[in-house]
Design a protein around this ligand. Structure first.
Ligand code: PMP
Length: 396
């Protein structure tokens, strides 16, 4: 049965983690991960989460199955976070939200549902994109293409290329867009870009699939939901995959959601019934713990305020690391202007380092980054910043 099974290629990022763990050098640094570390180099357990967990454990609640679509209080809290508490769409009952197994599970549920609706569609993702986007939509049976996005010459967005490629896609393509804090580049669209993109999507009848995995890591919860809310006002029907892995530091609990914007309450009921079928045949119903915790935090004014403050601390720390990195690189005489790093948003920076330079960082200094030059700024701290910037200066 298995004699002809070929070895699958290693996941580029998880493979990097394995190599990092096996490295015995004391001063090694892992900038390859997509995880927020605090100043002490640890993944934080947020205080708001700890409080909610304590209450949950003390309640000794039974562990029955959840409904297929997950916890209602959770799904509603997600909707308010994404669309705004006073959203008209929500008042009209036009948004279907189901709890998902992380942002990845939300994307896959959405992809499987879309495959039934538009079996011959093309999926378009940004060049570059989160490395799992392509594989995930391909595994749902779609051909996947890139649209131009990052412009290495300006460390910004290739606006003309982006719009041209979206226009050139077959009508009714599925277009995956990073709603904020683009992974891996850290380069986001601006207000006018979003409006221009929206118009092309409307003209070409493309189906937008907004992926928002870092809400609150750019400028704040509401600001980072800008694209979702702009699309909500457009009258278009679209998909949103969201994740609390980063914003609640609940990576392993797999807490995400899929939201589908429909054109009426009646349509929403039919769509929900079909999304539930996709879930039922994949994993039946979602896990309890993470979503219970998130729902109690979001639905308690005190815990919510605590969480927002903690999220703000994470965002501010990352930004201060960006500024410090730019400063140190300049102070150490790096032969390149890195000021763009301070303008990038979210956890990542496309540093412009080549695969060869990334290799040297690993071999000579024990500093691990993704071969594309993506580094996780959220893994920098005041203890490793100097050695990292010194090493970068040397490999340039
Ligand atoms: N989308 C993007 C853009 C991401 O960066 C990530 C996480 N790295 C995900 C989706 C998946 O999130 P989760 O870990 O919650 O599955």
């Amino acid at each position: 049965l298995f004699s002809a099974v070929e070895m699958a290629p290693r996941d580029p990022i998880l493979g990097l983690n394995e190599a990092f763990n096996a490295d015995t050098r004391a001063n090694k640094v892992n900038l390859g991960v997509g995880v927020y570390y605090n100043e002490q180099g640890r993944i934080p357990l947020l205080r708001a989460v700890a409080e909610a967990e304590k209450a949950r454990i003390e309640a000794h609640a039974p562990r029955g199955y959840l409904p297929i679509e997950g916890i209602a209080a959770y799904d509603q809290a997600v909707q308010k976070l994404l669309f705004g508490a006073d959203s008209e769409l929500l008042a009209q009952g036009r948004v279907v939200t189901t709890q998902a197994v992380g942002g990845t599970g939300a994307l896959k549920t959405g992809a499987d549902f879309l495959k039934r609706l538009l079996p011959n569609a093309v999926v378009a993702i940004s060049d570059p994109s989160w490395e799992n986007h392509r594989a995930l939509f391909e595994s749902a049976g779609f051909p996947v293409q890139n649209y131009r996005y990052y412009d290495a010459a300006t460390n910004g967005v290739n606006r003309a290329g982006l719009l041209e490629d979206l226009k050139a896609l077959p009508a009714r393509s599925i277009v995956v867009l990073h709603a904020c804090c683009h992974n891996p580049t850290g380069v986001d669209l601006e207000l006018d870009d979003w409006k221009a993109v929206l118009e092309v999507l409307r003209e070409r009848e493309h189906v937008p699939f907004l992926d928002i995995a870092y809400q609150g890591f750019g400028s704040g919860i509401d600001d980072d939901a800008f694209a979702v809310r702009l699309f909500a006002q457009s009258g278009l029907q679209f998909f949103v995959s969201s994740s609390f892995s980063k914003s609640f530091s609940l990576y392993g609990e797999r807490v995400g959601a899929l939201s589908v914007v429909t054109s009426s309450k009646e349509e929403a009921g039919r769509v929900l019934s079909q999304v539930k079928r996709v879930i039922r045949t994949n994993y039946s119903n979602p896990p309890t713990h993470g979503a219970t915790v998130v729902a109690s935090v979001l639905n308690s004014p005190e815990l919510r305020a605590m969480w927002e403050a903690e999220l703000g601390e994470m965002r501010t720390r990352i930004h201060s690391m960006r500024l410090a990195m730019v400063e140190q690189l300049a102070a150490q005489g790096a032969k390149r202007d890195f000021s763009f790093v301070a303008r990038q948003r979210g956890m990542f920076s496309y540093s412009g380092l080549t695969a060869e330079q990334v290799d040297r960082l690993k071999n000579e200094f024990g500093i691990y980054a993704v071969s594309t030059g993506r580094i996780c700024v959220a893994a920098l701290n005041n203890s490793n910043l100097e050695s990292v910037t010194r090493a970068i200066t040397q490999v340039l």
